[in-house]
Design a protein around this ligand. Structure first.
Ligand code: IPE
Ligand code: IPE
Ligand code: MG
Ligand code: MG
Ligand code: MG
Length: 300
């Protein structure tokens, strides 16, 4: 477990009481809606329609980018910026870059050479509509347009490729530790970038950043474990993407390695660890606290 409780100061009972009162007052669905509107407006201007020679490519980029989705990574960036007292707008461009990178990863993840999926965000996948060549380029375009806004990178020296790239891990018996590494790289890294980038733009100090990094790493892992569970438990029509595919493809997932019940318990435990990292933050971190619960209780 990478986030031991001992590294986090326990909240006093007065703090706990105020957290409970704030949690009762905090309207998460409304917060998610309002932030998503802001992000989608900014995304639409960041990748404007074009009738020039690259019009078809831009159309493909916008097709996947403007198809909805939870917008969780950019919302986390905004929430982290707000949690340290920064203005929401300070992290808006960065937040949109994250969503573009995330969307690029979905477009490529669905390609025939990867997970070979035909449904995403309730729509036919990018390559089904535009063809593989345009889908590859649309992903590249989203990544390239977003890239200048990102800082930092993760290093994985000395770790076998199949523990970093999940298609190479198909059919491989991974240990739980290797699987944690894989999930942390494929999903957790973008959560850490979302939260830490947003917090930096909001003026976070280094102690706050370290706590927010712990929060985001635990949250990212919890989120991917929940994604693995949703694949097992939910229907395709509900998810808007094909379910029951991971087992069929021999994917390394938490349910396949430690079982459904232990996966669910671990996801909840990680969400709690994430919240504990926020114990020293005031009510402006309420969105982040609520998002930790959302990440593991969601059914979509
Ligand atoms: C799906 O991410 C891919 C994973 C990393 C599990 P989301 O569940 O956030 O997908 P959208 O953005 O809501 O479509
Ligand atoms: C997430 O893993 C991979 C990405 C980072 C895109 P999955 O392959 O499980 O994501 P879904 O289930 O197709 O959204
Ligand atoms: Mg995949
Ligand atoms: Mg996939
Ligand atoms: Mg999945």
């Amino acid at each position: 477990m990478p986030h031991p409780k001992s590294s986090v100061e326990p909240a006093s009972s007065a703090d706990e009481a105020s957290v409970i009162i704030n949690a009762m007052a905090f309207d998460l669905p409304r917060y998610l809606r309002e932030r998503a509107v802001l992000i989608e407006h900014h995304l639409a201007i960041s990748v404007p329609e074009s009738d020039g020679p690259t019009g078809r490519l831009i159309e493909a980029m916008r097709y996947s980018l403007m198809a909805g989705g939870k917008r969780l990574r950019p919302i986390l960036a905004l929430a982290a910026c707000e949690a340290v007292g920064g203005p929401t707008e300070a992290a808006l461009g960065y937040a949109c870059a994250l969503e573009m990178i995330h969307t690029y990863s979905l477009v490529h993840d669905d390609l025939p050479c990867m997970d070979d999926d035909d449904l995403r965000r309730g729509r036919p996948t990018n390559h089904k509509v535009f063809g593989e060549a345009i889908a590859v380029l649309a992903g590249d375009g989203l990544l390239t347009d977003a890239f200048g806004l990102l800082v930092g990178s993760t290093q994985s020296a000395g770790i076998p490729a199949q523990v970093i790239i999940d298609t190479l891990a198909e059919g491989q018996p991974l240990t739980q530790q290797e699987l944690e590494h894989l999930h942390s790289k494929k999903t957790g890294a973008l959560f850490v970038a979302s939260v830490c980038g947003g917090a930096r733009l909001g003026g976070a100090g280094s102690a706050q950043l370290q706590l927010l990094r712990d929060y985001a790493a635990a949250l990212g892992l919890a989120f991917q474990i929940t994604d693995d569970l949703l694949d097992v438990e939910q229907a395709t029509e509900h998810l808007g993407k094909r379910s029951h595919k991971d087992l069929q493809r021999g994917k390394a997932t938490y349910p396949s390695v430690i079982g459904i019940e232990r996966s669910r318990a671990l996801a909840h435990e990680l969400a709690q660890h994430a919240c504990q990292a926020l114990a020293g933050f005031d009510s402006r971190a309420e969105a982040l606290r609520m998002l930790a619960g959302f990440a593991v209780e969601r059914n979509l």
